[in-house]
Design a protein around this ligand. Structure first.
Ligand SMILES: O=P(O)(O)O[C@@H]1C[C@H](O)[C@@H](CO)O1
Ligand SMILES: O=c1cc[nH]c(=O)[nH]1
Length: 339
């Protein structure tokens, strides 16, 4: 596993997530309000200490489906007659599912929503003493020059003015956080795309906006003060600058994970080519199938990682096995923890 931000990796050599906030360890307890969890009320090490992958996406449904998909892929078994529990159900904000070493969490729409979640999930990683977690955003986007159904792995995130940083107003002053993503992770994910996949998987710059309509140059919002010519000039200019897709979370996702020294990637599927239109016209069943595509890539990455770590392998009969340093058993037979 590599890190682009080597400075941070040197600073925190044991791989645990350290907070850039001295106040937290002085507090009696830390209430992760929007997750319905707390360091005083829950044994976060026991509950989350084995987490390795944190996968986020906009909707609770997508992330519940992802949790069931990854469960089947890694052969994780639930006790008979049980279903996955939404751990953050009583926050009434986000949904969170845990499947072995994988957390699947909905982040809602836009930078403020994903930003609040990232603060609390990064603190959760810290309280749980998780080592070297990898964060993924599994999302949807508008393509720039790419048809609907194309998978885009972000090389970096830029704002609507092509700035590669998240701007925040803190105590009345504007601060900027670089919105960097892990380059090696981009290459590893791209290498996991299969030539047999019936769609393209591409890499490039992702533009992140604060709005779906005017902010993304749409002509079909409730308001529009520009012409179609203005819109096309803008979209062509960002296309020329290397932007391949537009969505609404990557800037905060890249900036906050980078600031915490956490390796992260953004993988989205395009719902339309914005050079050809504004409205999302694909039927619901098609949209549902497209949304599975980034998920497949992330599943391949997680399975590959677990196989390389010797925690997941195929036995002589083609069944998935989960190994631990102390034991090796068929996961089909019982529920597993990854230690
Ligand atoms: O992960 P999702 O599908 O929520 O990402 C994009 C960006 C906005 O949140 C939303 C707009 O439709 O879709
Ligand atoms: O065009 C689109 C489609 C999905 N999400 C966005 O933010 N924009």
């Amino acid at each position: 596993m590599s890190f682009d931000n080597d400075e941070l990796r040197d600073e925190y050599p044991d791989g645990t997530v350290r907070l850039r906030n001295p106040n937290i360890e002085l507090m009696d307890q830390d209430i992760l309000y929007h997750l319905a969890l707390g360091s005083g009320s829950h044994d976060l090490v026991e509950m989350f200490g084995d987490v390795k992958f944190v996968c986020m996406g906009g909707t609770p449904k997508r992330m519940e489906q992802f949790a069931y998909t990854i469960m089947a892929e890694i052969g994780h078994k639930l006790p008979c007659g049980t279903t996955l529990q939404d751990i953050s159900q009583f926050s009434y904000r986000y949904s969170m599912y845990k499947v072995g070493p994988v957390l699947s969490i909905s982040h809602g729409m836009g930078i403020p929503s994903v930003g609040i979640l990232l603060h609390e999930v990064i603190k959760l990683m810290y309280h749980a003493k998780v080592r070297d977690p990898v964060f993924f955003r599994i999302g949807t986007c508008g393509g720039i020059g790419y048809e609907g159904g194309t998978v885009v792995i972000s090389e970096e995130a830029v704002d609507g003015a092509l700035k590669n940083a998240l701007e925040l107003t803190v105590l009345g002053k504007n601060i900027q956080r670089p919105a960097k993503l892990d380059k090696r992770l981009v290459r590893e994910l791209k290498a996991l795309s299969d030539p047999e996949d019936p769609y393209d998987t591409v890499t490039g710059k992702t533009m992140c906006t604060y709005d779906f309509y005017e902010g993304q140059g749409r002509l079909d919002g409730a308001f529009c003060d520009f012409t179609e010519t203005d819109k096309m000039e803008y979209l062509e200019s960002i296309h020329k600058a290397g932007v391949v897709n537009i969505e609404m979370e990557s800037l905060a996702f890249a900036a906050l994970t980078h600031h915490a020294g956490i390796k992260a990637a953004v993988i989205c599927v395009t719902l339309l080519d914005r050079l050809k239109g504004d409205q999302v016209l694909a039927p619901k069943e098609v949209l549902d199938e497209w949304q599975q595509r980034p998920t497949k890539l992330v599943c391949r990455y997680i399975k590959r990682y677990l196989q390389m770590k010797g925690r997941l392998s195929l036995d002589g009969h083609g069944s998935i096995c989960v190994k631990s340093p102390r034991r090796f058993k068929l996961v089909q037979q019982e529920s597993e923890t990854y230690d």
